[in-house]
Structures are given as C-alpha cells and as structure tokens.
Design a protein around this ligand. Sequence first.
Ligand code: WT7
Length: 652
Amino acid sequence: MSGNIESVLNETRTFPPNEAFTKQAAISSWAQYESMYKESIQDPEKFWGDVAGQLHWFKKWDRVRNWDNPPFAKWFEGGKTNLAYNCLDKHLNTWRRNKAAIIWEGEPVGERRTLTYLELHRQVCKFANVLKSRGIQSGDSVAIYMPMVPELTIAMLACARIGAVHSIIFGGFSAPALVDRIHDASTKMVITADGGYRRGAVVRLKDTVDEALKNCPTVKSCVVVKRCNIDVGMTEGRDFWYADQMHKAHAHCPAVELDSEHPLFVLYTSGSTGKPKGILHTTGGYMVGTYLTTKYVFDIKEDDTYWCTADIGWVTGHSYVTYGPLNTGATVLMYEGAPNFPESDRFWKIIERYKVSIFYTAPTAIRAFMKWGDEHPKKHDLSSLRLLGSVGEPINPEAWMWYHEMIGGKRCPIVDTWWQTETGSIMITPIPGVTPTKPGSATFPFFGVEPAIVNDKGEELANGQGGFLVIKQPWPSMLRTLFGADDRYKEVYWERFAKQGWYLAGDGAVRDKDGYIWILGRIDDVLNVSGHRLSTMEVESALVAHAAVVESAVVGFKHEVKGEGIAAFVILGKGQDKGHGTAEALKLHVRNMIGAIAVPDQIHFTDALPKTRSGKIMRRLLRDVANGVDTKGDMTTLEDLTVLAKLRSDEE
Ligand code: WT7
C-alpha cells in the first residue's frame, strides 16, 4: 500500500476523567503530563536516567542511551541489575514482605492460593537452584510451556534470577509449533505441567511436549509440574517432577548481577513470511519501560488489587502480569481458566470476591461478554473497580461504551493501550486521571514515545489522513533484534524508513482533528484473531500440509467476537472430494498443526486463486469475498479476471 488509508471514523463522544480519580492519581493534570512528555522527548537521557534511578542497580550505568549503531540500541550500558531482584528482593526489606504478591484462582471452583512476596521469593530461589542443578547457566535458553499457575511465574522469575533466557510458548500451541520455537532458540530445557484446565477439560500439555521432544536434540531435561494428577509418560534421565526437585533444593540463591543488555527473554510472534519471529528483549531497558508504564498507565497504588487477564504466554502477560506489577510491589490477581466456566459470570465473580480495583483485558473478551448478556455482570458487585484497560486490537466504540457503562459503572477511566510484542511496553495510551478519552482511540503517546503518521515517502500526514504508524526515537523497552536474525530485524522494522531511522510498527493509524491517535489495524496480511497475531502463511502452510490440499490462501474477515475470523480458500488435489467431511478434516488438521486459535471459520473450495502476474496471491480480493462486499480499487494486476467472478458465483 502507498501509506494512505481511508479513514472512516466519526466518533464524537468524549469522556473527561472523573474528578475523584484525578485527585488521587500519580499524574493529576494535563500540564504535568505535557511537561513530563516534553522533557522525555527533548532530553531522553535525563528523563530515563531519573526513572532508572528509582530502581535497584548493583552498579550504575555509564551511559543511558546508545544509538550510535542504529537500529541496534543499548540502554543503561555499563549498568548491572537483575529484574527478579527488583520484583522480589527489593520488597523484602519493606513492609511489603508479607503483602500478597500473587492471588491465584484455579479454574476448578474453590481452588485458590496466595503467595506473599517473601514466599514467592523463596520459591523462585529454590527453583533457580533447580535450574542450576540441571545444568542451566546464564545465557541458556529455557522453554516454558505451562498453564496459568503460579509455577509459571516462579519459573520465569527463576530464569531471570540466574540470567537464563526464557522462551514462553503459549499452552494452546501444538507440537510442531513447539519444535520450531525450540529449534530456533536452541533450547536446553523445557518446563511444563502434566496438563492444565480449560473450560472444564484437561489440556494434556506433557503429551504435546513428548511429541515435540522426539525432534528436539538440544533439549536435555524437562521439569514437570503436577497440576491435574493425570498419568503422563516420564522419560528416565530427561524428565523430572517439579515437586521432587523443589523438595531437594536450597532456598538460598543470590540474584546474578547482569549487564543491562543481558538477554531477558525471547518471545515468538508471527510474521507475514511464516517463520515465527523471535522477539528479543534485554534486561535494563525492558525493566524500566514496564515499570514506568505500570506506575502511570495503571496508576498502581499499594492497596490495589490488579488483574490483567492475559495469558503469560503472550507479551501482555510478560509485561503486565509479571514484570511491571511485581516491580512496583503490587498485588496481582492471576486466574487459570476460561471466562465462561462454569458459568459466563466467572470474571465478575472473581472481581467481586477479591475486590479487584484495576482490570485489564482485550476487546475480543469484551465482545464475548456483550454477547453472553448483561445479566452476568449485573449479578455482581463491581464497585471495587476504579480503572479499566484494553489491549490487543482496536476496541470498537460500542464495545468501549458497554465496558464503560456495564463494567466501569461510568466512573472508571478506560486506558486503551496500544503496543506490541516488539515494543515491550505500552506506547500510546490515555493517562487515566488526565486524558479525556474517546471510545476507540488510544489517544496520545506515553513518555519517550515519538509517534508519527506518514505516507510511504515518509511525509507526515495531516490530521484526518491515515497512514503508516512510525516511532521516531528509540525507547528503553524496544526489541533489540530478532533472535539470530539481525538482517530480518532490519528488514522488517527499519528498512522502509531507513533514511529517516524510524521504526515501522506495521499498523495503520490516523490522528483526528483534535490530534487523538486512532489505530486502524495491520497494514500487512497478518491476521488478528482474538487479539493475537497469526500469519496467513502459517495457516496456509498447515492447510497445504494436508494430503488433500494443493494450494490455499487465508484472509481475515470481520468476526463479531474474535475481531477477525479466518477464511481459507482451498484448492484440492485431483480426485479429492470437497464433501464427506473434508472441511471438518482440514479444520482438525490446522488445530493439530498450529492450535485451536488458527482454525479457519470459513473454508471455501475453489479451482483457482486470484494472483498477480508474478504469482502472488491477491489477498485483498479474497478478503472482499470473505466479507461479502463488492471489490473496489485496482484490479489491473489480477492475472485472470474470471477467477474472481468464479469465486463470487460460488458464494451464491
Ligand atoms: C498488534 C500487536 C500488545 C499486546 C497484545 C498484542 C494490535 C495492540 C492495540 C490497541 C489497536 C492494537 C496492533 C499491534 N494492537 N493493542 N490498543 N488498539 N490495536 O501484541 O501480538 O504483538 O500485537 O496488536 O495491530 O501492532 P502483539
């Protein structure tokens, strides 16, 4: 695309922050936000140096920011710190030592645990010793494939404590997806559980790991948490029970003094070319970015009960279930299971029971709640809530209004936070006590973030004109590279505006007449299903891997609940039958290859796909077919016009 996006927005409602909130907020006036923002952009070294100074360093940095060799940034060079130390040890000499760090609720009704900071610290130290006893050293890659249980948080903090680099793989991924990620990072150990609970059923995680490990020679050991008490295979010499190991482990394990640029984690996210991208984050800058955003965007106070519903398998769970809130000494609520188990009011029940005050979730969940009906939230006392958040995709204004009225009782500010796995922390967001919000707008940049909306020539567009969202300055929690793929890192994020040295976010955006930023969605073909990015290519590759399929193209279409649903256009091999359950078989196949999240909602069988002369599939045209709308715009590059006509007539 040229960079210009047609903007169709016409939202005019504005909601000023409520006075009571503003009075107690960490940032309590627009002037304060403006002057802090100005300093952060004009003198980033001073600004971020002051912020870093609020955290614990074993040795102070020599230089705040090094952008001498773009796009490879270094922050707090020469400094030594440890993020697990900041999340745990730092609090132990304060009254917080016996404050609840994690309040956990399992999916099976009635199961709950509370870990204080002191207890969490103890468990993390022990598990760090388990890692060491199994030969894990600073810099080694450790994969974590677990349900949402406290042992997941313990495992990631234990890695951070000794400088091992975690690679958390969402528990919904299948064995081939695990294999890809384990290979890419040369992972030495896998931490998993026998299973996890999801909507009343047991997800057999260890079986999937066993399947994957048949093809992963770098993995020397596997630690297994007993969660569901199911029978699983344990390979002698490779597999160990978590409880047995912890029982033997010492509770003393000093946090390693790590370089600020020591790798903290790799997290894989889909790219448009199929192979997942290993987003690499390092210690100091990520620590500072997640800390400051948690402090100001969520306005966290000592007595808050904070709940971010994201799975730790996604970046939101890394930054805003674990590292950000624990660094600020908050009480984090963690829930294992589905929002509609055993009933559709589970989330509201949890909020009422624990008096949750800050609630951060995704538009896809909000749309599901709306569909399930108002009676569920109405049954519960949600008056403890004081702040709501949204992340993952653009929130449509109706969903925003429902969230505001039904959940927030019209009194809670909503922070619609735009960011990415790559950015590490929140980039564009309202400041809750200060920014008047508009339903569907992420509003204004956070400190140190200098966004622009530009066309393909890099010219800044006027308000009202949509274009590429770029970031003009490096920021502390930015990704450092793609793991083992510096060239791809440069190409994906920095090549398009290499001359200017800007980061290409890959999203379209527009500023309205008041300067508010509205995110318009991805500019490439990546699907955003339930707030998660999936590449069309990965789904297509999975389909083509089925014996009956010769070619396929996958596009997104508007889906009421998931944001985007997946439509697959499939060409079958000769002699293959499109009846007799073939569509169901293909869906099952994708589920096995990638996971439930990638299963197509629509399957269209066809004899040909619209392609350019150079052989590229024109997904834009397929998107129109899947959405049931007429095709406008340029079709001159289409190789064979009859293909499109044929596809449409098949729909009738
Ligand atoms: C992409 C990043 C960031 C954590 C969750 C997803 C979309 C994210 C918003 C928002 C509009 C949003 C963008 C972005 N996105 N937040 N508030 N408004 N769009 O992380 O998987 O790396 O996806 O999600 O398209 O680029 P991710």
